[in-house]
Design a protein around this ligand. Structure first.
Ligand code: HEC
Ligand code: HEC
Length: 321
């Protein structure tokens, strides 16, 4: 590792630790200021709607997880934060940024087969990436997250070119071969396990579990479920190449592809009724890891590739129409 890289990693570690310390301090402060017996700390403290939304995105495990003192707010079964994938609470430009979300909606979703708005999309990540229940449309939590995302969009629109600059490696290009989870295991051990743990189990912020993770789990009961976008090998590889290892994103396409496959053949929670996704099956992405499909390629090929023959098949099908 170069000195610059190890310096950057140390900085990232320090930032992560100080972010956690900051969150704890805010939490303690809120509790002292406005906390009450039924535990609705963040709700009762006077706070702008957008600020509550930002906190929900950054500290989802703590505010909406199974250790949340108010049982009515225990929406998610994972212990991830939205910000575990949408970095810096979605305000970091580039891969999986939420700065452009306001521009992206409303739009047609192939997965649901309907027009969707920001609120529907938030609930897709609630039920899949967060392995949880949907937020009621009129709940303070849904209103706050949607308001926060719209504010992010407005800020982004008002930002100069330098604030919009994305500093990440060249975009992931899918290798023309099946992904190799065994090679992925070696990449994982060399580049990921130092933070995400030798069993991909992550590192909890404290013994009480209520604060969630400093380094989030990549599989197992506290991670995203098998209906999540991150469970698709190409989607995961794109994110991993752009962002991981955090502060030192230097993987090749081959390494990102194989480590994504290694992560996604590990056990994780299941989502019911996945066969109802993509009512028009010809719109299913090639790397969608569950059927039914409108083609005869084996499930294994949809999970690990090679994906180019599947893409070519659907391209030809569309051209015929
Ligand atoms: C495990 C990773 C992960 C977590 C955790 C996660 N998401 Fe996502 N999210 C994704 C992926 C992957 C996409 C799809 C990107 C794509 O379409 O290529 C996405 C897309 C979105 C979009 C659409 C963005 C756009 O501009 O099109 C929104 C909004 C969103 N997520 C909100 C949330 C919220 C709110 C939470 C927490 C309740 C959350 N996400 C948690 C992975 C995650
Ligand atoms: C320096 C520590 C560090 C290293 C090394 C690292 N990560 Fe991460 N990773 C993180 C942190 C921290 C997050 C969550 C980001 C946040 O909360 O701001 C994360 C998030 C993720 C996520 C999305 C959330 C989840 O739990 O699924 C994936 C996937 C991921 N990392 C994969 C990898 C892979 C693959 C590697 C190795 C190539 C790797 N990471 C190396 C720190 C690290």
């Amino acid at each position: 590792m170069s000195e610059q890289n190890s310096g950057r990693r140390a900085l990232v570690m320090a930032l992560v630790v100080s972010a956690i310390a900051g969150a704890v301090a805010i939490g303690v402060g809120l509790r002292a200021a406005g906390g009450d017996a039924d535990g609705a700390v963040a709700r009762v403290a006077p706070m702008a709607t957008e600020e509550y939304g930002r906190r929900l995105v950054a500290h989802t495990a703590e505010l909406l997880g199974q250790e949340q003192p108010d049982p009515n707010l225990r929406y998610i079964n994972s212990r991830l934060n939205c910000g575990s994938c949408h970095l810096d609470a979605g305000s970091e430009p580039g891969t999986l940024t939420l700065q452009l979300t306001d521009e992206h909606f409303p739009r047609f979703s192939g997965r649901s087969g309907t027009m969707t708005d920001i609120e529907d999309r938030i609930n897709e990540c609630m039920q899949r990436s967060m392995n949880g229940a949907p937020l009621p449309m009129d709940s303070p939590e849904m209103i706050a997250i949607a308001a926060y995302l719209r504010t992010l969009g407005a800020h982004f629109g008002a930002t100069g070119a330098s604030g919009k600059r994305v500093s990440e490696p060249p975009a992931f290009k899918t290798p023309v071969r099946a992904a190799d989870p065994e090679h992925g295991r070696r990449v994982f051990e060399a580049r990921c396990s130092i933070c995400h743990g030798p069993e991909g189990q992550g590192l909890l912020a404290g013994e009480a579990r209520s604060q969630g993770y400093v380094f989030p789990p990549l599989w197992g009961p506290d991670s995203f479920n098998d209906g999540a976008g991150m469970h698709r090998v190409v989607t995961a590889a794109r994110f991993i190449k752009a962002r991981m290892p955090l502060g030192d994103a230097t993987l090749t396409d081959d390494e990102a592809f194989d480590v994504a496959a290694f992560i996604n053949v590990q056990p994780r929670p299941g989502m019911p009724n996945l066969d109802r996704d993509y009512p028009d099956r010809t719109t299913k992405p090639a790397d969608n890891p569950y059927g039914p499909f409108a083609d005869d390629f084996p499930l294994e090929q949809h999970r690990l590739g090679p994906f180019q023959p599947i893409d070519a098949y659907y391209k030809a099908l569309k051209a015929k129409k």
